[in-house]
Design a protein around this ligand. Sequence first.
Ligand SMILES: [Mg+2]
Length: 241
Amino acid sequence: MSERPIHPKIFEESLPAWHRIFIEDFRTFKIKRIVWDLDETLGDTQAVVKEEFDLIAGTNYKDRILDRFDGLSHWAHEDGVMTFEEAHELESRLWTSEDILGWVKPFHGIQVYSRDADKNDVEQFVVTSRTGRLDKVTFAWSLIHYPWIPRENVRITTNRDVRYDFEFKVSETGLIEPEAVVDDNNDHILMMLKNAPSKTRFVWLARLRDTSVADDKRVLAVPGGARQFSRLVSHNLDTLA
Ligand SMILES: [Mg+2]
């Protein structure tokens, strides 16, 4: 991540009381039912997608933070590397490639938190908007990197004809009725906010510093994404930061 997030303690002190209590409830495992998104939340998906895109297109985007949908296609088009359509064809193929997604590395801090949460009787789910064509790699990846999350708690649409199934993510999260949802996608959070019970609160893993869209009390925006969030909910702030 090229944009260094501010120190987690200083960030936490800048928050209103209800968000500080929310973080403390995570830290002490009082949040007993969590829904995790997969891409960009449990795993650093954009790293492998950018790496492969760079290799094929001859670009050097690996250190730039992808903060918009079809971002690589926009960059490659703006930089005159290829047409938007060509770049989009490539980018879409990479984001939905079983081979690429099998290589995704978990965010270490999130992995540690999730494992400790399991030991503290926190029920955890993975709910993804990935296409149903990616079910095998999604179950296999979750089993390898988050083996304490039961297979039946990993939820992916059975619809194989879509690129993404946002509606599945929204409806599934509503059914699970979690206390917290952790997700990097602000649009998905806005949809889930309307559908989930009022007790459900959200952590938005914002990659850049602009978190102005999240002004709902139920949404904690964390600039710095998954890495910053895992520092915030860790007991070892000083050693991890
Ligand atoms: Mg995501």
